[in-house]
Structures are given as C-alpha cells and as structure tokens.
Design a protein around this ligand. Structure first.
Ligand code: GTP
Ligand code: MG
Length: 274
C-alpha cells in the first residue's frame, strides 16, 4: 500500500523538467548593433510574462553606474528573466529559466561597462556555468533603483548551468547596422556555441517587419557546411507574440532528445492563426 501511495504521490507532485536557456545575439554599443537592439529582451519578456499588460518594449541597455551595480544587473552583462512553466503540444510540462546575455553601456561614457578586463561578447555569451550571488530577476527598466517596489525573485543560488541557447537574428532593417555585421557576429556565436556541445535554435526576431533578403541570408547561414547538423530556425515576432513559445519548446525538444516531430510553423502561416 505504501508503495502504491508513494507512486501516486510522485506522479501528482512530479516537478516539471527544468530547462536553463541563454538568449544570445548581436549586442553592444550603437556602433555595433545600430540604432536599436536585435530583440533579445523583448523575446524574453514575451516568453516569461504571461499577461499582455506585462509586455514592455523598452529594455534599453544604456545604464547609469548605480543601476549597473544594483542587485538586478549585479555588475554582470546578463539578465535573469525568471522562470515560467510551459506545456508542449504532446503534453510535457517544462520549467524554463531564462537568462539574456547582453552588453550594458555606461550612459555617461557610452562605452561598455568593463571594470575588469572581460572576454569579448561572442566568447563570453556562450558560457555554460554562470554564477551571480543574490542576483534579482529583471522585470523592467523602471524597476532599476526601486527594486523593493517590485516582486523580488532571486537567481537560484549556486551554479546556473545552461542547457541550451537561443541565438537571435533580427530580420528587420535597422538604421546603422549592416546585415554583414550581424551575419558575421552570429556566425561567430554559433561556432562558439558548437564548441560547448550544447543545442541551439536560431530565432529570427521582428518578423512583423521582415526583410526578405535578410530571411534568405539566415537560411544560407544555417545550412553552412561548418555547422554540419542544420540548425533549426524559428521565425518569431515578440510584438505579435508569434512563435515565441515555439522557439523555446523546439530547444527543449532537442535537449530532451524528443522522439516525436517538433512542429515549426513558418511565420507567415503562424501569424494567420494568432
Ligand atoms: P540589447 O540588450 O540592448 O542588445 O538589445 P536587445 O537585443 O535586448 O533588443 P530589445 O529586445 O531591447 O529590442 C530593441 C527594440 O527592437 C525594441 O525596443 C523594439 O523597438 C524593437 N523590437 C523588439 N522586438 C520586436 C518585434 O517583435 N517587432 C518589432 N517590430 N520590433 C521589435
Ligand atoms: Mg536586451
């Protein structure tokens, strides 16, 4: 009887499978990324905050000194976006914990914050063991400096071990950023991810204003012989909430070695049904 009870107990209280994801992509000062970022923060925001009222599109990386050293940024170049449970189509519950690897810029010097000499972004962002004691979950820019007025959730203590990457590619035209620059950076990031042996999904962002030529470039990029196994592409729009969950679930499926078929619906098809 005890055994039966125990089994039942385990069944009903089974914790969802926990997946730690790092969201990466072109980052840096305006001269690197152009007038606006590639959409890493908006993708994370849309994914972890379920209410549409909690979607903000201003996650500018220009920070004051005091915000950089506050408990949310914690002198790091990554944000902890918290966790969220999502259910895949076949009915598996996944708990995703999400971090965004970015580069914060000092709003007085317009240079990246780098007290100590750090690795360049393309190398640093593929770290798979991450620690930041007492770091608080990021919610929105207005939270910085008045953290006590917002929900305070701490990055789980100890090592945050990254299970897989979402590498972002912006397919919209952004003033001050060349497609060549983004292709070069993303190719380098993908190469560095490959060396970690962790899975990756290439997530195109801002498909609500996609440029056809950029979409084609991304196709070419992933079929590059260098990457051997083709990297899956998921076409998203954080603004319209299209394919955002699908991108994370596709990654979870690779991590989990899911034997079924992962349904990836192209943006233009997916947008019709949302
Ligand atoms: P950094 O962290 O500063 O490198 O930038 P990021 O990659 O986090 O970019 P972020 O998410 O902050 O997005 C930058 C801007 O792109 C936003 O302020 C929006 O104006 C725009 N943007 C982001 N997602 C979308 C989208 O789905 N559609 C459209 N049209 N614009 C978007
Ligand atoms: Mg950001």
């Amino acid at each position: 009887i005890y055994c039966r009870y125990k089994k039942q107990f385990e069944k009903t209280t089974a914790l969802p499978r926990c997946i730690n994801v790092a969201v990466v992509g072109l980052s840096g000062a305006e001269k690197e990324k152009g007038a606006v970022g590639v959409g890493k923060s908006c993708l994370c925001n849309r994914f972890v905050r379920l209410s549409s009222d909690d979607f903000k599109d201003d996650h500018n990386s220009l920070l004051s000194n005091s915000d950089f050293s506050g408990r949310v940024v914690n002198n790091d170049n990554f944000l902890y976006w918290g966790d969220v449970i999502k259910t895949s189509e076949e009915g598996t519950d996944y708990m995703f914990r999400v971090i965004e690897q970015t580069e914060f810029i000092d709003d007085s010097t317009f240079q990246p914050f780098c007290g100590v000499k750090t690795d360049p972004y393309i190398k640093r962002c593929v770290a798979t063991k991450i620690e930041s004691p007492e770091k608080l979950m990021y919610i929105c820019r207005s939270q910085l400096g008045i953290e006590e007025k917002y929900e305070q959730k701490v990055l789980p203590p100890g090592e945050f071990s990254v299970d897989g990457f979402l590498c972002v590619f912006d397919v919209s035209v952004v003033p001050g950023r060349s497609i060549v620059k983004q292709l070069e950076t993303v190719t380098n990031i993908l190469t560095n991810i490959k060396n970690t042996k962790k899975p990756v999904v290439l997530v195109t962002t801002k498909n609500d204003k996609f440029n056809e030529a950029y979409v084609q470039e991304v196709q070419k990029l992933v079929s590059h012989s260098e990457f051997k196994k083709a990297i899956p592409i998921v076409e998203t729009s954080a603004y319209l909430n299209v394919n955002v969950d699908a991108a994370f679930i596709a990654l979870a499926h690779i991590i989990d070695r899911f034997k079924g078929r992962t349904k990836i619906v192209p943006y233009l098809e997916s947008v019709k049904t949302t």
